[in-house]
Design a protein around this ligand. Sequence first.
Ligand SMILES: C[S@@+](CC[C@H](N)C(=O)[O-])C[C@H]1O[C@@H](n2cnc3c(N)ncnc32)[C@H](O)[C@@H]1O
Length: 275
Amino acid sequence: MQATAEAMDEVVRKNREIYDNTSGADWYLTVYEGAHQGWEFINLGGLTVANRIAQLLEIDGEAHIIDVCAGQGGVSRYLAAQRKCRVTAVEWNPGQVRTIRNHLSKAGPGIASRIDVVEADATTWRADELADGAFSMDALMLTPQTGALIANTAKSLEPGATFAISVICAGEHITDAMRRFAWDIDGMIHLPGPGWYAQALEQAGFEDVVLEDCTDVAIATSETMERALRANEARIVAEAGPAVFRGWKDVGAVYLNAFRQYQLMYLFAHGKLAR
Ligand SMILES: C[S@@+](CC[C@H](N)C(=O)[O-])C[C@H]1O[C@@H](n2cnc3c(N)ncnc32)[C@H](O)[C@@H]1O
């Protein structure tokens, strides 16, 4: 999809509104501690998908991988800690980049020296040195330039390297109202059906493309977050206010229902760059 300058301005404005601050008590209690064992993952795949990525990319101490749209760098830090690999974390939101750098300044040298943080638009940024693999968790629905972003990522990878993507896309029962909600609340502007990702990966030069429906993982994580939210109601209301608590509750219920009804689908797509 070609994005007009005006559409991109709106995407950036939405990005700042949503991602400038994802460090409040509501995020910790509901998402990071509530669903991801304290890791600052802003995604629905959690440790299940992060471990699957590590396995698919064959990540070990020799590997250099790219975390495309890294958020607060939770997944970068998890993989660097568990697999001792080098990670380049690419993220364009300045607040998120500050948070990753702040964490790394307090982390032991074993982690800090393994992660490079780059503040850049992943649609155009290129690595100086080709990487052994790349992944992107829960970000590619947030830009109208997803095809260009996938093609650009391919240019930073060694031949044979795997690119693995978890992403929310359209399920077969999506409605216009759901699309509007996903844009208004979370800036999801790109919600094609899953087949679009197979085509985009193939057009970018990836082979052996596999699409896996991981909607069950999204449902399980959403249910865990709902339980954590209820269990921590008093603290969230005290620290973030009743409106914030109600927002999480109402929005969470809509998404959970959308996944259950296949209005939305949680996709895990991957392929290997042709040699
Ligand atoms: C839902 S968060 C996921 C963060 C992280 N991948 C994780 O799983 O914890 C999506 C992130 O993608 C970032 N993002 C969106 N479009 C981007 C782009 N074109 N370049 C770099 N980062 C981008 C957003 O700023 C946001 O931090």
